[in-house]
Ligand binder design. Structure first.
Ligand SMILES: Cc1cc2ncn([C@H]3O[C@H](COP(=O)(O)O)[C@@H](O)[C@H]3O)c2cc1C
Ligand SMILES: O=C(O)c1cccnc1
Length: 338
């Protein structure tokens, strides 16, 4: 059973926001009180203190744990590649999935280095979604199917969930989703992706502009069906399932964050349990984070995807919780307070 088991129409997803668990204010307050008693000047661990308190609220305990970290990378292919928006050939999606399975990608190393258990889920790579500049990416049934795949992939026992994506052409999809949710010029959302030249970026801007004109009436989860893709829908499904199970989520870069924009557009409370691991070099990401009111944990000039920035941020979260759970209080250590 997942949170989506009883959902048969996309329009029903927005209604789930009403019955979602919220952060446990008492647990967060107890964690804040503990932080203020630890042997350091108040607030001296800065953002690490806020991260520990955030984890406490979602896990519902003043001593949050991070032992079972799960990383999920969803892969999909996109019909919009027919528009020449991708420097690398579409076959690279499946080739990278094989590379993930053999342990050879950046995300494999970053999960190993930061203690996350990685699974890769390929979503019908031999059947790309529709070209968003010519029609809808997915039907309602296809969207629901990918949402369910994402929800089903979440380990109910995970202490934190890292999300990532792989899909050649999906920096164009991310720009279209961000524009669909927040408006603005396509040029504000489009970037080089894997290394488009100026002509390639101009093509991406044109495609995103045309797609958003075609799908101008899309709202909420319809943005996902019309302008998104399977890995984007699976990310949304995983975010929803994690929320139902009170599992905090770390989103990755521009593409992963943009995947969740339809949830935010449907009901902004859907992303309350999500952190953003890093701000990507892709210029639309900082703009998107400002629209979402989210502050990234890291800024490392990365533009990779795969969940890479989120996996590195897991290391920061681990450091935050090591201090929170392991430090002595002033009383325990016999250190004088103020
Ligand atoms: C070898 C390789 C590994 C990757 N890992 C993530 N991406 C990233 O690049 C893609 C998006 O960029 P664009 O829209 O320009 O195609 C996505 O698959 C994303 O995850 C990769 C891309 C490549 C080429
Ligand atoms: O920020 C991202 O998610 C990103 C940017 C470029 C290429 N792939 C992913």
């Amino acid at each position: 059973m997942t949170i989506l088991s009883d959902v048969s129409l996309l329009g029903e997803v927005a209604g789930l926001a009403r019955s979602m668990p919220v952060t446990d204010a008492a647990a967060a307050e107890a964690a804040r009180a503990r932080q203020n008693n630890l042997t350091k000047p108040p607030g001296a661990l800065g953002r690490l203190e806020e991260l520990a308190i955030f984890m406490a609220g979602w896990q519902g305990t003043d001593r949050p744990d991070i032992a079972g970290a799960q990383a999920l990378v969803f892969a999909g292919n996109h019909g919009v590649c027919a528009q020449g928006v991708n420097p690398f050939p579409q076959d690279v999606t499946a080739q990278m999935v094989a590379n993930f399975e053999q342990g050879g990608a950046a995300i494999n190393q970053l999960c190993r280095a930061n203690g996350a258990n990685l699974s890769v889920i390929a979503l019908e790579l031999d059947r790309p979604t529709g070209d968003i500049s010519a029609g809808a990416a997915m039907s309602e049934a296809e969207t629901l199917d990918a949402l369910r795949r994402g929800a089903a992939a979440v380990d109910p026992g995970a202490s934190v969930l890292i999300l990532g994506e792989m899909g050649i052409g999906n920096s164009t999809i991310a720009a279209a989703m961000a524009k669909g949710a927040f408006g603005g010029d396509a040029a504000h959302w489009v970037g080089k992706g894997t290394g488009s030249d100026d002509a390639g970026v101009a093509r991406k801007i044109d495609v995103v502009t045309r797609a958003c004109v075609r799908h101008a009436e899309a709202r909420g989860l319809e943005i996902l069906a019309r302008l998104g893709g399977r890995e984007q829908a699976a990310i949304c499904g995983a975010v929803l399932e994690a929320r139902a199970r009170r599992i905090p989520v770390i989103l990755d870069g521009f593409i992963c964050t943009a995947a969740t924009a339809p949830l935010f557009a449907a009901d902004r409370r859907f992303l309350d349990h999500c952190l953003v691991g890093h701000v990507s070099r892709e210029p639309g990401h900082a703009r998107l984070l400002s629209e979402l009111g989210m502050r990234p944990i890291l800024s490392l000039d990365m533009a990779l995807g795969e969940g890479s920035g989120a996996a590195i941020a897991l290391g920061v979260l681990r450091a935050a919780l090591a201090c929170h759970n392991g430090m002595a209080t002033f009383a325990e250590a016999g250190v004088s307070g103020q």
